[in-house]
Ligand binder design. Structure first.
Ligand code: AMP
Ligand code: TRP
Length: 334
């Protein structure tokens, strides 16, 4: 087995929220700190698959890079870069598109969600989104891809494309990337509806905690979070038909680094009026340093640009030879 190589990315659309942090970013930091080779990109080419503001794209890319760094990604240890600064992603995407079955793309639930009722009018880019994601991963031969569980289907497709290529050309060229879905909070739910995912696009800002929210805002959102009238149960099974309660316990567990069962041991029989202030405390203690660091970083955009430029160079140095080899295997004139 080759050495572990981690790759992941987030789109520069809006601000990151607690779901992005607990479901993805926090795990990225843990992997980095375990000493794995880590590449973390800001997937700006994915962001343009839906309507976006060209005047804001570059700044949003900086903001996501700042969130990575503020959340604990160290540019000295991990490669932080913008997807668009490495041409191999889009070039490989075309090559992979020729071996991706439409039937498989038709099954992608994210496309169905994003395209909505008017899928005939959706752009080809939105439809081909998972192929670009496969290219992101395969052009580094990444071995592990840490994401929240909503991305599992895309990752399965990337594995599929890798094996189609290897089979078609008779070479063990691409590595099969493993999904890496870890931690207590692989799916953080909305604070207003425990059955809907916390998301950047939900209309109510009270449904999510943004990584840019200050302590008062975090406290207010948690106080207003939907709950039920019962006290917290003793056992995890007691949360099964209580999505809002389950979500708040999950968030508490993930932020405090405890198992859900241990959180319940501590709070069994207590009312939300007691649990919520405790949750505010852990949330603020954990998130405030990140918010503060992010503002400091954003005050010096030129420093972020330097990090992204250097990261782009390092990423290119890994991706280009893998793309070149792919082109070679596919038999092109050169
Ligand atoms: P997105 O916000 O869809 O660009 O997702 C960026 C990363 O955050 C992906 O790895 C997602 O799986 C993860 N993620 C997004 N929303 C959530 C959520 N509510 N709970 C857990 N992980 C999430
Ligand atoms: N599709 C992912 C999301 O919406 C973002 C993404 C793009 C990604 N390329 C990737 C994640 C490569 C992991 C690896 O969250």
């Amino acid at each position: 087995m080759t050495q572990k190589r981690i790759l992941s990315g987030m789109q520069p659309t809006n601000n990151l929220h607690l779901g992005n942090y607990l479901g993805a970013l926090k795990n990225w930091v843990d992997l980095q700190d375990e000493g794995a080779e880590c590449l973390y990109c800001v997937v700006d080419l994915h962001a343009i698959t839906q309507p976006y503001d060209a005047d804001k794209l570059a700044q949003s890319t900086r903001e996501i890079a700042a969130a990575y760094i503020a959340g604990g990604i160290d540019p000295e240890k991990s490669v932080i870069f913008a997807q668009s600064s490495v041409p191999a992603h889009s070039q490989l995407m075309w090559l992979l598109a020729t071996m991706t079955q439409i039937g498989k793309l038709n099954r992608m639930t994210q496309f169905k969600d994003k395209a909505g009722k008017n899928s005939e009018k959706a752009g080809l880019g939105l439809y081909a989104y998972p192929v670009l994601m496969a290219a992101d991963i395969l052009t580094y031969n990444a071995t592990h891809v840490p994401v929240g569980d909503d991305q599992k289907q895309h990752l399965e497709l990337a594995r599929d494309i890798a094996s189609t290529f290897n089979h078609r050309y008779g070479k063990e060229h691409f590595v099969q990337p493993e999904p890496f879905i870890i931690g207590e909070a692989t799916r953080v739910m909305s604070l207003k509806d425990g059955t809907a995912k916390m998301s950047k696009s939900a209309p109510s800002d009270l449904s999510r905690i943004n990584l840019t929210d200050d302590a008062d805002t975090i406290a207010k959102k948690i106080r207003k979070a939907k709950t039920d009238p019962d006290p917290l149960p003793e056992k995890i099974e007691g949360l099964s038909s209580r999505p809002e309660a389950d979500n708040l316990v999950t968030i508490y567990a993930a932020l405090s680094g405890k198992a859900k069962a241990d959180v319940l041991k501590e709070f069994a029989g207590k009312q939300f009026s007691e649990f919520k202030p405790a949750l505010v405390d852990v949330a603020v203690a954990h998130l405030e340093p990140i918010t503060n660091r992010m503002s400091e970083l954003l005050a010096h955009p030129e420093e972020i640009d330097k990090i992204l430029t250097k990261g782009g160079e390092k990423a290119n140095a890994i991706a280009q030879p893998i793309l070149d080899k792919t082109i070679d295997i596919m038999g092109f004139w050169k």
